[in-house]
Design a protein around this ligand. Structure first.
Ligand SMILES: Cc1cc2nc3c(=O)[nH]c(=O)nc-3n(C[C@H](O)[C@H](O)[C@H](O)COP(=O)(O)OP(=O)(O)OC[C@H]3O[C@@H](n4cnc5c(N)ncnc54)[C@H](O)[C@@H]3O)c2cc1C
Length: 467
């Protein structure tokens, strides 16, 4: 560990500044995914934009690469050395019901936003899990519960306050800083650290939705029935299906305990009557359900649709987007990641399309708008190790390559998954070229490289890719 004099940094920062060996160093760097952790030389627990500025300036002066963490749900390249900015203390939320917007600080999670917007009959375009951080989710595109109805969450962004690599704090809108606005939405922290973000809300106060559960042994055709059902649905119908190996523990209700379960999730923004009519063909063809919990619900209960556990776990994830999927591809998924897989896999298929294809009011770098499905597979690393899980995911996604059209940044995973060639698959060639040019203009030294890195275009190897 190199010696770094942090006294000047401490004097400019309101939040804690931590070094390895300090009492709260380990707690501060630990996030939701327990399989990975940053091991920086210095952590700055930012409480305000000025702390982020001081940290970025200090890092630039000392040649330290910068990583940023809100909740640790989405690790990419774990820092080995360098400077980590944690944003959990930046927790301000401000709703403007007349303008239908919410402004959030860098550390805010969706569970802090939803209770503030629902009293006005408004909802953010949140994802499945309310414990995910808003800023990173949105900058990565944001494939939400209502993705078919309203498209990518990133398209709702009105402004961002950003600390760029030169340490300045900029107010970025599509008009004031068109390049940075375009690049941040899709290129994330390659272009700076967002300290505050304002985004539009949608007028959704209620849903017809929830989950239908099937025993995968008694209803083996759920995945195929689901895929057939999704053809020709209106864009108000949002849905996904997951194949989940339920743990064999007392907390899991008896009929699901220790079994593989299909969990179909529905979020329909139309009427209950119409929702029931649309779901009927799926109910008729999927097989016998264990529980059918579709219902009329206030948006405040939308987290119950996926019911993602808020408990930190070690996991590895891979993802692919598809413009079309057929029985052969589904067979490949089940062969590699189904109940017979050598490591337990959580398989999730979400229906995209609908409003995802619409051009945003202000263009941004989020790509693959033509995607119709997103498949992500998670392996939990409790009993086994990453060494056993990686090859399973690798074999599956290699086999799916002929059908896949790219990846989504938000679900891409860490370590090898964050390699340069993988990162390119999150964008179209034109987008990656322009991102590289904007990176060269705003971060030529690649200070922000502990991420899904976009190398500065025209700098040989594209800047230093590692610490
Ligand atoms: C259980 C679970 C459910 C999920 N559901 C969905 C979903 O429904 N839809 C979806 O699209 N995604 C989903 N995701 C993926 C999630 O959106 C991404 O992993 C996202 O990056 C998490 O952000 P975070 O702040 O919570 O995590 P962190 O690990 O804290 O941040 C991830 C990365 O974001 C960048 N970043 C963080 N803060 C900033 C900042 N202030 N400025 C610039 N860059 C920053 C950094 O590169 C950081 O490493 C889910 C993930 C999990 C684990």
């Amino acid at each position: 560990m190199r010696h770094i004099d942090i006294e000047t940094l401490v004097s400019h920062v309101e939040g804690p500044v931590l070094r390895p060996g300090d009492e709260s160093y380990d707690e501060e760097r630990t996030g939701f995914n327990l399989a990975v952790r940053h091991r920086p030389d210095v952590i700055v627990g930012a409480t305000r934009a000025e702390d982020v500025q001081a940290a970025v300036r200090f890092a630039a002066e000392h040649g330290l690469p910068v990583a940023v963490q809100a909740t640790g749900h989405g690790y990419s390249v774990p820092a080995e050395g360098g400077l980590l900015i944690t944003t959990g203390r930046m927790s301000g939320v401000d709703v403007d019901p007349a303008a239908r917007t919410v402004t959030v600080e860098a550390g805010v999670r969706f569970e802090q936003v939803i209770p503030e917007t629902v009293p006005y009959g408004l909802a953010p375009l949140n994802g499945s899990a309310p414990h995910v951080g808003v800023v990173s989710y949105v900058l990565g595109g944001g494939i939400g519960l209502l993705v078919r109805s309203f498209g990518y969450a990133a398209d709702q962004v009105r402004s961002m306050d950003v600390v760029t690599a030169d340490g300045s704090l900029r107010h970025v809108t599509a008009d004031s800083e068109p390049d940075l606005y375009w690049a941040l939405l899709g290129g994330r922290d390659n272009f700076g650290i967002v300290t505050r973000l304002r985004m539009g809300l949608v007028p959704v106060a209620r849903l017809y939705g929830g989950g239908i559960f099937y025993d995968a042994e008694a209803a083996p055709d759920v995945l195929r029935a689901y895929l057939r059902w999704t053809a020709g649905l209106p864009q108000e119908m949002n849905s996904s299906v997951a194949l989940i190996p339920m743990p064999d523990v007392e907390e899991v209700p008896e009929p699901m305990r220790g079994r593989h379960i299909y969990h179909v999730r529905i979020a329909f923004t139309g009427s209950q009557e119409e929702g029931e009519r649309l779901v009927a063909p799926l109910r008729d063809t999927a097989g016998p359900a264990l529980f059918d919990a579709l219902r009329e619900m206030p948006y405040a209960q939308s987290a119950s649709i996926h019911d993602d556990p808020p408990v930190a776990v070690p996991f590895l994830r891979e993802v692919a987007l598809f413009e079309g999927l057929g029985d052969e591809a589904l067979g490949t998924v089940l062969e590699h990641a189904g109940p017979q897989a050598t490591v337990p896999c959580v398989v999730e298929l979400r229906h995209l399309g609908g409003a995802l294809a619409a051009a945003p009011a202000h263009p941004n770098a989020v790509s693959h708008r033509e995607a119709q499905y997103i498949l992500s597979v998670v392996t939990l690393l409790f009993g086994g190790t990453e060494k056993e899980s990686r090859p399973v995911l690798q074999r599956l996604f290699d086999a799916l390559e002929p059908w896949s059209t790219g990846r989504s940044l938000n679900f891409m995973g860490y370590g090898e998954n964050a390699g340069r060639e993988r990162v390119r698959t999150a964008y179209t060639p034109e987008v990656i070229k322009r991102l590289g040019e904007i990176k060269a203009a705003h971060d030529p030294e690649n200070l922000f490289r502990l991420n899904y890195n976009i190398p500065p275009r025209g700098t040989g190897d594209g800047g230093r890719a590692t610490v």
